[in-house]
Design a protein around this ligand. Structure first.
Ligand SMILES: Nc1ncnc2c1ncn2[C@@H]1O[C@H](COP(=O)(O)OP(=O)(O)OP(=O)(O)O)[C@@H](O)[C@H]1O
Ligand SMILES: [Mg+2]
Length: 253
């Protein structure tokens, strides 16, 4: 079947969907970090992130948080509603880690007094800078009402996912969300888009503190594939055949 490839990003490819207003998201094994300065592949990541993101988006839909997710199509692809992406990464932090720990010189692992929401402007050229409401509204990236709605949704996602992961022995340290605009009868609605996976969340084992996310790749900690598999296993979405299933094409034609 021939279909139009609309966009190739660092971790996914977007194809035209079967109906207008839909897209197919294809999950690759490619991994990048530090604004693509570091590149590599994580075997089976695409298969696992497709499943993990499907699972999380489905649970969120069930609790009334709207998402772009329609259904999983196969091992590496899912059908989503096409949205106009708000050019922001909305980050929620429960525990100091990564850039945040560096910026404020606090030890990684320090619990924050409350969940902190941050915005980064999506621009590879600028290196996704931290921005404030002032920048967002002045440059017209989002209206203040939309920003308020995104923060509310992000905090609901945080409450729900913190509990979900805690139930499988994982601590949700922080995560990144992307939102998109959907138009229905002249009305605009904000929905969660992109993916929610160990690429976009920091997940630490509750017992051992072990990192179970993309930091294993960023920091060359080893056991990267195993960590993604373990997250999938704990969520109950590891494909039956296990690693055998995970061997897939490295890139799409
Ligand atoms: N429902 C959707 N409709 C339209 N675009 C989407 C949707 N969901 C995600 N996207 C966009 O599709 C792309 C997914 O590809 P990928 O995650 O590989 O991109 P990326 O390399 O991280 O690049 P970017 O800097 O654009 O996020 C992203 O640009 C993301 O914003
Ligand atoms: Mg991305």
């Amino acid at each position: 079947m021939r279909r139009k490839r609309l966009y190739e990003g660092k971790a996914k490819v977007l194809f035209e969907g079967p109906e207008p207003g839909t897209l197919v998201q294809y999950f690759k094994d490619d991994a990048t970090a530090f604004n693509a300065e570091k590149r590599g592949t994580i075997t089976g990541k695409g298969v696992l992130n497709n499943r993990i993101s499907e699972f999380i988006m489905t649970r969120l839909n069930e609790v009334g948080i709207p998402t772009h997710f329609v259904r999983r199509l196969n091992m590496r692809e899912q059908l989503v509603r096409e949205v106009e992406i708000v050019p922001l990464e909305v980050v929620v932090r429960n525990v100091a880690a990564g850039q945040f720990a560096k910026r404020f010189k606090v030890d990684e692992g320090t619990p924050l007094p409350r969940a902190i929401v941050e915005y980064y402007y999506k621009s590879d050229e600028l290196g996704d800078p931290l921005v404030t409401e002032e920048h967002i509204t002045a440059f017209g990236w989002a209206a203040i009402q939309d920003l308020d709605e995104m923060v509310q949704m992000a905090l609901r996602v945080n409450d729900y996912l913190s509990g979900l992961f805690r139930g499988c022995g994982l601590r949700l340290v922080d995560f990144k969300l992307e939102f998109g605009r959907l138009w229905e009868d002249e009305q605009m609605r904000l929905v969660l888009a992109d993916e929610i996976s160990p690429d976009s969340c920091r997940l630490w084992d509750v017992e051992t503190g072990e990192r179970m996310d993309k930091d294993r790749f960023r920091r060359d900690l080893g056991g990267v594939e195993e960590a993604y598999q373990e997250v999938a296993r704990r969520l109950g979405v590891l494909p039956e055949a296990g690693p055998v299933d995970l061997k897939g094409p490295k890139s799409v034609q």
